[in-house]
Structures are given as C-alpha cells and as structure tokens.
Design a protein around this ligand. Structure first.
Ligand code: TPP
Ligand code: MG
Length: 345
C-alpha cells in the first residue's frame, strides 16, 4: 500500500524493503472482482462517450475515466445497506453500487428503460434498492444531504454509514463546512470522500485552494483525515475500511482525500486547454488504476494476460448490450412530462 499522510493519530507505514515482496492484503477474489468492476466503468464510459458523439446522449455528460479505483476501492469496504451519494460525475458510482448498466445507459440516452424513466439524464439517477441517492448537479449540494442520510442512520440505529463523495472544487463550498460541523457535533456515521482529480472544470486545485491538502480540511472540526493514492484500488480499499470502521464504531465522520486524475475533459464540451497533453499521458502511462491492478494480478500469479483479455471481452459484451438496450428502449411518452416530478409526503 502507498504510504499516506494523515491527520489522525494512528498512521500506517508499511513500506516495501528492497527485495522483499509483500503479500497483498487482499484476496485473489477481491482483486479480480475489483479489476473487473473498474473495467466495467472504463468501457461503459468509453461507450457513453461514443453515444454522445453520435448524438444519442444530449445535455451534460461527465465521464469518470481515470478515477475508477476510487469508487471501486471504497465500495469494496462498504456493507450491504450503506448509502452512496455523489455529484454529477456519477456513472461510475452507480455501476459500483451494482446498478444495472442497461438502466444507466438508457437513462443517459433519455429512454423509458432508464433509472429515472428517461427524465433525469446523466446527473439525476437514483436507486433505493442499491441505496444510491444521486447524482446532484449543484456543486457541493450532496454533502449536507449525505450528512442527513448519516443522521438518519444514527437516529434509526441501523449501523449503516453514508459514503458522501465530492470533488476538489466542491471542497471550497461553504455548505460543506456547515455539514462538517454538524457531522462531528453529532458524530454522524459519514465518510467524506474528496475525489481530488486536481481540476474543477478548468481551474487547478493550486489556483483555487489556499490549503491544497484537502484531507486537513476537517481539522478545525475535529474530523480526522487521510491522504490516499486514489489510483491504487488496494490503498483506497484499506483507507476506506479504516474510515468506515471509525464511523460505524460511533466515532463520527472521517475524511479521505483520494488523489486521482480525470483523463477526459470536465464534460463533453471541454477542450482541456488548461493542462498539457504530456500531463495527461504521464498519468495514463504510469498511474492508470486498471493497468496497475492488472499488473498486481499478474505479478502475484493470480491471473495472466489471457485471463485479463477474456475479462475485457466479457465486459465489452455487457456494455454493448447496455447500448443496444438503450437504443431499443422508447423515448418517454409526452404524457409523462409532468409525472414523477413531485411526490406528496
Ligand atoms: C453551486 C455551483 N457552482 C458552480 C457550478 C458549475 N460547475 C459545475 S462542475 C464545477 C466544477 C466542480 O469541480 P470538482 O468539485 O473538482 O468536481 P469534478 O468535476 O472535478 O469531478 C463547477 C464550478 C455548479 N454546478 N454549481
Ligand atoms: Mg475536481
């Protein structure tokens, strides 16, 4: 596991001594399924990019390519019934919770078979069954909602935690700190997961943040935080496991700053002039989360190149099927324009 910085009292350091090959702290089944889950997100997002280019997806569409290890590593540390909430870069989060790629793709294309019956689109999908609470387009808005879900967990004494994801840009929103205060005041079981992909639209974190070590942002509220290599699915899993235990044990919120990188533009219309091609290529070539995980599987003797290729083939078939399902699903009938808009309590 990558060494990481921390504001919590217990820091872990398990650096590799030269010549010593550490045993991986996860099982073959875990690592294999995480590799596959990351691949599903990668291929799904590539397909969504294609469908967007073909005019089959309209409106906003924010791809998660490059960040897959974050959501897959965290999900591996969650338990059945824990909630997940995030912003608009949300397709990976939905797939990681086990939502059906068919329903997600159909929603992206505005079809009846989508999770919001074709009326929510990329940024507004939900699944009660999988405890996925969106999908929010207002930067930072999901953070107090995540704290609210955690409040409900505590009130109902159900032992669940809420994984609340937000970006480095969202970390500068005022409502985040109101939520931090209440979350610690009442020791709510919430994980504040900051996906630091280094950019908020075209603004780098160094241009926008006075303190760029975002894991320290809870210090004045008494919330511990760790910096994590968000390109390493095992490091993410271990950090999330520790944070989830903290929250589940009644000790309150925990912050993880997951250092990651998005390969594509902010949204589909972003020409990405604010960074160099070299910077992107360096991440792709040396830090890619799927390549790194595949290498670990091969180095540990748990898979070979052929097995990884076969997995990719299976995954592509699942994703192609989701695109076919989406294309075949009808658009919602105009009579549905005002249905599902408001549910009276
Ligand atoms: C309250 C609010 N302000 C501004 C915007 C416009 N906006 C959309 S995404 C975004 C950048 C957010 O970046 P970050 O939190 O780092 O998330 P990322 O896109 O990198 O995943 C901005 C400013 C918005 N949607 N909501
Ligand atoms: Mg960002």
């Amino acid at each position: 596991m990558a060494a990481r910085k921390s504001t919590s009292s217990s820091s872990s350091s398990d650096e590799t001594k030269s010549g010593y090959k550490p045993k991986l702290p996860v099982t073959k089944d875990q690592l294999t399924s995480w590799y596959r889950d990351m691949l599903v997100i990668r291929r799904f997002e590539e397909k969504a990019g294609q469908l967007y280019g073909m005019g089959l997806i309209a409106g906003f569409c924010h791809l998660y390519i490059g960040q897959e290890a974050v959501v897959v590593g965290v999900q591996g540390a969650l338990e059945e019934g824990d909630q997940v909430i995030t912003g608009y870069r949300d397709h990976g989060h939905m797939l990681a919770t086990g939502m059906d790629p068919d329903g997600v793709m159909a929603e992206l294309t505005g079809r009846e078979g989508g999770y919001s019956r074709g009326k929510g689109g990329s940024m507004h999908m939900f699944s009660r069954e999988k405890q996925f609470f969106g999908g929010h387009g207002i930067v930072g808005a999901q953070v107090p909602i995540g704290a609210g879900l955690a409040f409900a967990n505590k009130y109902n004494e159900n032992g669940k935690v809420c994984a609340t994801y937000f970006g480095d840009g969202a970390a500068n929103q005022g409502q985040v700190y109101e939520a931090f205060n209440m979350a610690k005041l009442w020791n709510l079981p919430v994980l504040f997961l900051i996906e630091n992909n280094q950019y908020a639209m075209g603004t780098s974190v160094t241009r926008a943040s006075s303190e760029t070590h975002l894991y320290k942002r809870g210090a004045s509220f008494g919330i511990p935080g760790d910096e994590v290599d968000g390109m390493d699915v095992i490091a993410v899993y271990e950090a999330a496991k520790k944070a989830a235990k903290h929250a589940r044990d009644g000790k309150g919120p925990y912050i993880l700053e997951l250092k990651t990188y998005r390969y594509r533009g902010h949204s589909m219309s972003d020409p990405a002039k604010y960074r160099t091609r070299d910077e992107v290529n360096t991440y792709r070539d040396t830090k890619d989360p799927i390549d790194l995980c595949g290498k670990k599987l091969i180095d540990s003797g748990w898979a070979d190149e052929d097995a990884l290729k076969a997995m990719d083939k299976d995954v592509k078939a699942i994703v192609n099927k989701s695109a076919d399902f989406a294309k075949e699903s009808p658009e919602p009938d105009p009579s549905e324009l005002y249905t599902d808009v408001l549910i009276e309590g």
